[in-house]
Design a protein around this ligand. Structure first.
Ligand SMILES: [Fe+2]
Length: 305
């Protein structure tokens, strides 16, 4: 292992690489993060033989991948009996505080599929076959319901399309800070991004949510990102630096890049992530119904740990 291939991530609170006045700490962390790329999907894929009891070796590899890349792909041999087993897998990876949202069921797990015939779901793009632009999950949540961890389990892929792309937001932070540290300052402002209230049939479902794009978790020192590339329904601060920073994010995410990982969901595979940036391409299900994209999603207030 080379020198820049190791970094003490337990030290984030004492010596924060996210302190814009501590260039030395930033450079050491930056080197560690970037030298993991280009990243092959096999490097971050780990098999689990028994989902009810992830063994120590499997677990340490999953945690190491999530520490280093903020995500991991797990292959669950034999697949899962979804609801209960998925929660058990998550719990073993430190993910226990489930977020309940409008479209999740009583188990707080959302079945993401094309549900065009459901009145509850058809107002929301995730529950359609349309593509989804870059975002982190729960960007419209209040700050005390921050989504730090997320699992996407594939029960069945689409007949075609439905590819996800992922990017570690730590990398996006680095690319932006290298361009201009003022972008980080602007995107860390507590009022930089506002998601207008969700009002349906005259009823307020969720109030306005204003908050930063980048924040640092006070208890762990880890970076968190809140973002959506949607043009509609996002109000950005109107100053010039913010506008430039938002354009810079779009340019980075829309470019061909070794830092963007493409992934087509496969049955029995799950993506475990510290709520990395991701998108989804449009998909087509089969007419017979036997190749319909079904993904189970669980969101957590915890990071993988
Ligand atoms: Fe998402």
């Amino acid at each position: 292992m080379t020198k820049n291939n190791s970094y003490n991530l337990d030290n984030l609170l004492e010596e924060s690489p996210f302190d814009l006045n501590n260039e030395e700490a930033y450079q050491r962390w930056r080197e560690f993060k970037l030298c993991g790329y280009p990243l092959k999907i096999d490097t971050i894929t780990q098999s689990i033989a028994n989902p009810k009891q992830i063994n120590l070796e499997e677990k340490s590899l999953i945690l190491a991948s999530c520490e280093r890349y903020n995500f991991c792909i797990i292959k669950i041999d034999g697949g899962l009996a979804v609801k209960n087993d998925l929660k058990k897998v998550c719990r073993q990876l430190g993910l226990s505080q489930l977020d309940q949202n409008l479209c999740s069921d009583e188990e707080s797990i959302s079945k993401i599929s094309d549900r065009k015939n459901s009145r509850l779901h058809n107002a929301y793009v995730p529950y359609s076959s349309k593509g989804l632009s870059w975002h982190t999950d729960g960007y419209y949540n209040s700050l005390d319901h921050t989504i730090r961890g997320m699992v996407l389990y594939c029960q069945s892929p689409a007949q075609s399309g439905g590819k996800n792309e992922f990017m570690d937001f730590d990398i996006l932070y680095i690319l932006l800070r290298d361009l201009n540290p003022d972008y980080i300052r602007a995107l860390s402002a507590p009022d930089v991004m506002t998601i207008p209230a969700n009002i349906s049939d005259g009823k307020m479902i969720r109030p306005d949510q204003t908050g930063p794009v980048f924040s640092v978790d006070a208890s762990t020192g880890h970076l968190h990102m809140r973002y959506s590339a949607r043009k509609r329904n996002i109000a950005w601060r109107e100053d010039l630096v913010t506008q430039e920073a938002v354009n810079a994010i779009e340019n980075i995410l829309n470019a061909d890049s070794d830092y963007i990982i493409s992934y087509i969901p496969r049955p029995g595979y799950a993506v475990v992530s510290n709520n990395c940036l991701h998108n989804r391409s449009r998909f087509t299900d089969s007419k017979s119904g036997d190749h319909n994209r079904v993904i189970y999603r669980a969101r957590f207030y915890d990071r993988v740990s």
